[in-house]
Design a protein. Sequence first.
Length: 265
Amino acid sequence: MTTHTQGHPDSGPAASRWIRRFHPAPQAPVRLLCLPHAGGSASAYHALSQALAPRVEVLAVQYPGRQDRRREPLLDSIGALREGLARELAPWRDRPLAVFGHSMGAVLGYEVARGLCGDSGAPPVHLFVSGRGGPELEVEWALDRLEDRAMVTALGELGGTDPRLLDDEEVLRLVAPAIRSDYRAVRMYRHVPGPPLSCPITALVGDRDAMAPVGSVELWGARTSADFRLEVFPGGHFYLTENLRKVERLVYDRLTEAHSVRMTG
């Protein structure tokens, strides 16, 4: 899932700086809130949104400090990102809501799901965590402490950004602060124990993911009192890119099978 730019999407039921709806699906019985990886943007989920529409309406999250939000202050903690996003979700909860997060987005999605389970509204119908070991595992890779070029190179080696960014000093200066902020959020995150989620969790990972070995991803099973499943795909940390159709089918099947959500299309 590489960082790139798409046209501005439909604004949805309420204007939101945080939510991008690339393929509005007013008849879809469920929405899927998608949270990008460190250094990523909402457009990382454009292809998945297109694949799932119109059966599932994807809400892709745009973090501050990138693309059309590039002039806004960066948020360098999972807690701050969670709180900012939580304030924007109310208008989108008129339909069942599932959550999908990759890498940094997985722990942020988990914290968002915890908040949804603990408030007075409906809990999420499913949590998909991708490319991240259990939340109790602390990240030791201090990529945010590297200089710009080395940091972006490290992300590029994982497949998370276009290596051509290194050829353009101006673009590198523009994207590096957001990447650094996100990796600081990842490194500083500490899991606070609490009750397990009441919704099912599906964990997804590439079989050659150096950042999230399969054994570490299995730890997510302890974070739910409902069903847990582990799905392993061929590939590395960004296995999603080459397995888009398989992931799309899996997400659709889980939302249909586990929750008896009536799907069409």
